[in-house]
Design a protein. Structure first.
Length: 63
C-alpha cells in the first residue's frame, strides 16, 4: 500500500507528500482551500480512482 499525506501549510494552504515508484519522497503544493478539496486534488494528481487504486493497480491511502 502506498501512502499520500495532506500537509497543513502556512497561510491556509495544503501540501502533498508521497513516494514515487522508486521510493523517493516528493512534496508539492495543492491549490485547495479546504481539506476535502485537497484530498480530491491529490487523488486526481496521483491518478487514484474511487477504489483508491492508481492506473498500475497500486492501493493508496490518502491521509
Amino acid at each position: 500500500m502506498k501512502i499520500a499525506r495532506i500537509l497543513d501549510q502556512d497561510h491556509d494552504t495544503f501540501g502533498l507528500e508521497y513516494e514515487d515508484t522508486r521510493g523517493a519522497k516528493n512534496t508539492m503544493r495543492l491549490d485547495a482551500l479546504t481539506y476535502g478539496k485537497a484530498i480530491r486534488e491529490a487523488k486526481s494528481f496521483l491518478g487514484i480512482d474511487e477504489d483508491n487504486r492508481d492506473a498500475d493497480g497500486n492501493q493508496w491511502e490518502v491521509e
